[in-house]
Design a protein around this ligand. Structure first.
Ligand code: SF4
Ligand code: SF4
Length: 490
């Protein structure tokens, strides 16, 4: 069990709030703005704390582990910017597949709307990288500098060798973790196994090295120093989330009807006789809060919905032998109407939730279906503007085209390219007139080919004419037709 205020660690008695640092944060000594006061969150155990840690492990396992996963001899998930190719397990995507990324972003936004409407800031409290890294950095700080009171004493105390060693060691571990985070992040955009060699060869100046340091120091700064200030002042989501809330959204709420009037009292006291509610004013809910707010003042935009104050208050209620839930996840309607869990649950399926849910399911189905039926071949056709349309031997009109064939399979592919659209239109390769051209493209690679296409003069009037390139894979896995323009000179 981690440290608890003496009031609830032993017999329940009057609690003197430990150091009133949160209160000090609101005092600005006559200045126009309040200086930032460092928050020292107290560690607490409980259901929601366990959920937070489970999410920390799950997200970090995926983040740090995924770039090292191999698939068919290559990195399983790689957004290879230099080659303009994206690998997601068995999928090979090209910039032309941007529509899938757009679809994914729309689905993510809709999911956020849906989860926010149902359960408030679930994302912020449990899975947002800012929350997750702040939690990890705080854990390191606690392991090195000690629990809340020890950390506060250390910071308030004079400079000693012990303080120097602890601070130095903490920052060393923080920087190490932050740099590894930066390295991993860049490893999603460039092959991670080669990135290490780049570093060893100190290819300083490459964009990869810049971004490793940039992302690393952003992590160090945001999780080590800025912490709750990112949520309070920098994150736009905190500002517009209230527009997605309604009276049936689950939020962390203090049951004022049950807790007030708050006042210090012990387990043996008769609170009713003293005219007091269930809140013993121990301030534990404030001390565990990573954003340093007092949820008893009502819903505040600083609240990230992490539920740690719920765990804290439940611990106090257990010690007081009172029922849990003085602070709990509840809806405004539920609190006002004294609803039980079943009544609250019934209101989950309300119109806005159903609309978000239906849109989400439809979009996800469409995206999945289009991925399944998508042709594993992309083709770009551009008429070579550097080469003028000309009349060649035999009175043939020749146009030159550049075709980019993008093989989105993990096998070597042979493609046959045919043209049609004008009488006598054909491909002229290597000086020979052929009806078609055959091209080999390596597995998951793109290849440019230059094609000279000819048509007998006189088959079409001067001007531009639509023609078509039909490209078919020899194994029958893909067949595409791309439109182009054929110019006939005067
Ligand atoms: S709400 Fe709970 S944790 Fe907070 S001060 Fe009251 S009794 Fe303590
Ligand atoms: S008030 Fe409670 S739920 Fe909100 S941020 Fe603080 S500890 Fe988390």
């Amino acid at each position: 069990m981690n440290e608890l205020p003496s009031a609830i660690a032993g017999p329940v008695r009057r609690v003197v709030p430990l150091v009133p640092i949160e209160a000090a944060a609101n005092q600005n000594d006559g200045r126009l703005y309040a200086a930032h006061q460092k928050i020292y969150p107290r560690r607490i155990e409980g259901i929601f704390s366990n959920w937070r840690w489970a999410l920390v492990f799950a997200t970090q396992l995926v983040f740090y582990g995924l770039p090292w996963l191999q698939w068919n001899g290559r990195q399983a998930v790689l957004f290879e910017l230099a080659e303009r190719r994206f690998y997601i397990l068995g999928l090979v995507l090209y910039p032309q597949d941007l529509i899938y990324l757009t679809g994914l972003l729309v689905i993510s936004a809709l999911s956020l709307f849906l989860f926010t409407a149902v359960a408030g800031r679930l994302w912020c409290g449990y899975a947002c990288p800012q929350t997750v890294y702040s939690e990890i950095f705080l854990w390191i700080e606690e392991k090195i500098e000690g629990p809340r009171t020890a950390r506060m004493r250390l910071d308030a105390g004079s400079f000693t060798l012990e303080k120097l060693v602890k601070k130095w060691f903490k920052h060393l571990v923080w920087i190490g973790l932050a740099m590894w985070t930066g390295y991993t992040f860049v490893g999603f955009f460039t092959p991670i196994r080669e990135l290490g060699t780049d570093f060893l060869r100190t290819q300083m100046g490459s964009w990869e090295v810049f971004w490793v340091f940039f992302y690393g120091f952003a992590t160090y700064g945001n999780a080590g120093f800025m912490r709750e200030q990112v949520c309070k002042y920098m994150c736009p989501y905190a500002r517009f989330q209230s527009a997605m809330f309604d009276r049936d959204t689950l939020i962390v709420s203090y049951d004022a009807g049950r807790g007030e009037p708050r006042g210090v009292h012990t387990r043996k006291d008769d609170a009713k006789a003293l005219g007091l509610g269930d809140c013993i004013d121990c301030s534990l809910c404030v001390q565990v809060c990573p954003t340093g707010i007092d949820i008893r003042n009502g819903l505040q935009y600083e609240c990230i919905g992490c539920g740690l104050c719920v765990d804290a208050c439940d611990t106090v209620m257990d010690r007081m032998q009172l029922s849990r839930g003085l602070i709990r996840y509840a809806t405004q309607n539920g609190i006002d109407g004294g609803w039980n869990a079943r009544q609250v649950f019934r209101r989950v399926f309300r119109p806005r939730v159903l609309v978000y849910g239906a849109l989400l399911v439809t979009l996800a189905t469409v995206l999945l279906a289009s991925l399944v039926v998508r042709a594993p071949l992309k083709v770009d056709v551009v008429r070579d503007r550097a080469t003028l349309t000309r009349v060649v031997e035999g009175g043939q009109v020749e146009n030159v085209y550049r075709l980019q064939l993008m093989n989105a399979t993990e096998r070597v592919q042979h493609y046959r390219i045919e043209t049609h659209g004008l009488a006598g239109l054909h491909v002229a390769q290597d000086g020979e007139g052929r009806a078609s051209a055959d091209v080999e493209v390596a597995a998951a690679q793109a290849r440019w080919v230059v094609l000279r296409v000819r048509a007998p003069r006189g088959t079409a009037a001067a001007g531009s004419h639509p023609v078509f390139f039909d490209i078919a894979a020899a194994d029958g896995s893909a067949r595409l037709s791309e439109k182009a323009t054929f110019i006939v000179p005067l």
